[in-house]
Design a protein around this ligand. Structure first.
Ligand SMILES: NC(=O)C1=CN([C@@H]2O[C@H](COP(=O)(O)OP(=O)(O)OC[C@H]3O[C@@H](n4cnc5c(N)ncnc54)[C@H](O)[C@@H]3O)[C@@H](O)[C@H]2O)C=CC1
Ligand SMILES: O=C(CO)COP(=O)(O)O
Length: 368
């Protein structure tokens, strides 16, 4: 069966560049199918030989996306060299904990002009590096990018209309990824704010845990809206302080991803928060999930960095104290609601002279 797919796929090499996906989880599988739908020859690397056999025989990833068919032109393998052979677009969908190790293994097999794109929404623990920064360290590729947005894998696999952002400083990377991953149900927008897009994906996981917790405690939609909106202020404050473009947070990889992850039970981060809100410990919640919820690690890293750099992040800090210091969620909610109001300005207000100048410009525009 696999050989049959290989020969069929090889005729497609001429039309679209061959794609390699590293990672056999839900997102890697969803992306592999999208690339195959667009006509690419797609090879997917995963470490589990039984899963490879199952995917190639039944076209279903029974471990991570059990209810959905994979495009039959996706061929899985445990052989990294074979998967990367001739691949001109490489999508890395490995959780942040194993990302560097897998990229290091893959690096010798990368084609010299391969485009390498991270789809992982996390931060490396020891280095505080984002995944694209690891790609810069571990590969020789001049074409590095990230893909991030409101992209629940199960919904993509179902064919629900979805969109994402490819971010790179390299124009070729942006346009090739747009071409390779666009299909009837998936659309890719381009950005040159790689840091902001990638940081948005990592940060929103933290707040999905908090919102899941609030939902389990029976809090309503006002609460969800308040948390999402203040989360957006908090995550953009952090990322902009580190060099991100604030406009990125009004886009798919900012507020878009934040909304979906804070609203859906399909989000693993939301589910971890929900389980803790129901009274489970963090360890129990993570064990019950059986998959990666990147926000569990990210919250510690962000709270430490925010404290070092004096960036005001009350929600992330409060969540950290609930998750790791045993503070009860309701007690933390009350403490946050009663906290000192002086620093709670919704937006940084323009100075009086700036405001007056803006009004004069607006009046001129209207009268002209
Ligand atoms: N699932 C989703 O809806 C989305 C996930 N993402 C991001 O994609 C990344 C990957 O997530 P999923 O595919 O969802 O994860 P998953 O939990 O479904 O699967 C992870 C996969 O990576 C493999 N893996 C883990 N460590 C490895 C290592 N050291 N060496 C080799 N393989 C290893 C596992 O065997 C598994 O195949 C995460 O950072 C996540 O934030 C991004 C958008 C959507
Ligand atoms: O990033 C995601 C959706 O865009 C998936 O979120 P989870 O990792 O919480 O499942």
């Amino acid at each position: 069966m696999a050989a049959e797919h290989q020969s069929q796929a090889s005729t497609d090499d001429i039309r679209v560049p061959p794609v390699a996906v590293l990672g056999g989880g839900s997102f890697g599988t969803a992306l592999a199918s999208i690339a195959a739908t667009g006509g690419a020859r797609v090879r997917q690397w995963m470490r589990d030989a039984d899963l490879v056999e199952h995917v190639n025989t039944h076209h279903v990833n029974h471990r991570y996306l059990p209810d959905f068919s994979i495009h039959p032109d996706v061929v899985a393998s445990t052989d990294l060299a074979w998967v990367l052979e001739e691949a001109l677009l490489v999508l890395v969908a490995i959780p942040s904990g194993g990302f560097r190790q897998v990229v290091r293994q893959a690096s010798p097999y990368l084609a010299p002009d391969a485009i390498v794109v991270s789809t992982t929404k996390g931060i490396e623990t020891d280095s505080f590096l984002l995944m694209s920064q690891i790609l810069e360290q571990e590969t020789h590729s001049a074409h590095i990018g990230v893909l991030s947005g409101p992209n629940l894998a199960a919904e993509i696999a179902q064919g629900h209309l979805s969109a994402s952002v490819v971010a790179s400083n390299d124009e070729q990377t942006r346009s090739r990824v747009q071409a390779a991953l666009s299909c009837d149900h998936f659309r890719v927008y381009a950005s040159n704010d790689r840091y902001g897009v990638e940081m948005g994906g990592a940060l929103k996981n933290i707040y999905a845990i908090a919102v899941g917790m609030a939902a389990a405690l029976g809090m309503g939609e006002n609460t969800r809206s308040m948390l999402i909106t203040r989360a957006l202020a908090e995550m953009s404050r952090f990322a902009v302080a580190q060099g991100a473009n604030p406009m990125t947070f009004l886009g798919l990889a900012g507020v878009g991803d934040l909304i979906v992850t804070c609203s859906s039970n399909l989000s693993r981060n939301y589910r971890v928060g929900y389980a803790m809100g129901e009274g489970r410990t963090l360890d129990e919640a993570v064990a019950a999930l059986g998959q990666v919820a990147e926000g569990v690690n990210t919250v510690s890293l962000i709270v430490r960095r925010a404290s070092e750099e004096n960036i005001y992040m009350p929600l992330a800090t409060g969540l950290y104290r609930v998750m790791f210091e045993g503070v009860a969620p309701r007690e933390m909610a009350t403490a946050l609601m009663r906290s000192e109001q002086s620093s709670d300005v919704e937006f940084t207000l323009p100075r009086e002279d700036t405001r007056r100048a803006q009004q004069q410009t607006a009046a001129r525009d209207i009268s002209s």
